[in-house]
Design a protein around this ligand. Structure first.
Ligand SMILES: Nc1ncnc2c1ncn2[C@@H]1O[C@H](COP(=O)(O)OP(=O)(O)O)[C@@H](O)[C@H]1O
Ligand SMILES: [Mg+2]
Length: 257
């Protein structure tokens, strides 16, 4: 006898089940169902205002769904092991790079020595070892985002949620940060959902890209990216990469038409 097909695999890290969200009676998201497996990097792309940030907030528990639910399972994932990276670096201007990165550990009550040692290690990993004593106003946009990423890593996230993290940066800097982000992932193996408005960035980072349609939004397309990890700058020259950029671009145009 054939086993009944399973809607979700048992090892899922996060499941969105028939998720819907309305604000003041206006439905923004409807019936969003998605399974995120451990190690996946899911790119979320869609027209402006379609509900991408709202979707991440629902996953993070920063907003409550009006329909459906978000389930965490298949491992030790709890909401505490989740990090959220916002589009602007959201650094505290009166704290140094070191203290900004160490802040989540301070809030968690870690002793000074421990949090500084850990923060320093993460700062080194994003290439800012020489900037630990600088203040945010002394940093470029790319450096600020590196600090923000380093800070998100201090809690050893199982799930990383990134909302257009590099959207304000020039393309060269963004490409470099994308490569760095994947290098960090090789070491730490978190799972991620990230929002972007760049098709190139979505395909470069993601194992799967979901395209949200116009409101009320649902998943109009889910496109697998058959490129393994690690990836490097050379990945952008591979035919599979270029083909998926074309596919996602078309999908995006189809929902915006
Ligand atoms: N807290 C809120 N209260 C009311 N409306 C909201 C709230 N948050 C988002 N919205 C509305 O939901 C829609 C989707 O917003 P958002 O998720 O930020 O879109 P995106 O990130 O795709 O640009 C927008 O029309 C926005 O005005
Ligand atoms: Mg947004």
């Amino acid at each position: 006898m054939k086993a009944a097909p399973r809607k979700h695999s048992a090892g899922a890290l996060v499941r969105l089940v028939g998720l819907g969200k309305a604000f003041d009676g206006e439905v923004i998201l409807r019936d969003v169902s998605l399974t995120v497996e451990p190690g996946e990097l899911v790119g979320v792309i869609g027209p402006s205002g379609c509900g991408k940030t709202t979707l991440l907030k629902l996953v993070a528990g920063l907003a409550a769904p009006t329909e459906g639910k978000v389930e965490f399972g298949g491992g030790p994932t709890r909401r505490e092991s989740l990090s959220f990276v916002f589009q602007d670096a959201t650094l505290l201007p009166w704290l140094t790079v070191l203290d900004n990165v160490a802040l989540p550990l301070k809030i968690a009550g870690a002793p000074r020595r421990e949090r500084e040692a850990k923060a320093l290690a993460h700062i080194e990993r994003v290439g800012l070892a020489d900037a630990t004593r600088l203040y945010p106003r002394q940093l470029s946009g790319g450096m600020k985002m590196r600090v923000s990423v380093a800070r998100s890593m201090t809690v050893d996230p199982t799930l990383l949620l990134l909302d257009e993290p590099f959207g304000a940066l020039d393309e060269m800097t963004r490409d470099t940060l994308n490569e760095e982000l994947l290098r960090l992932r090789q070491a730490a193996r978190w799972t991620a959902m990230f929002v972007t408005h760049s098709v190139a960035e979505a395909v470069f980072l993601a194992s799967k890209v979901i395209v949200l349609g116009a409101r009320p939004s649902h998943i109009a397309h889910a496109i697998d990216v058959p490129l393994g990890y690690p990836r490097s700058a050379a990945t952008r020259e591979r035919s599979e990469y270029v083909e998926r950029v074309v596919t996602v671009t078309r999908a995006l145009h189809s929902v915006q038409a």
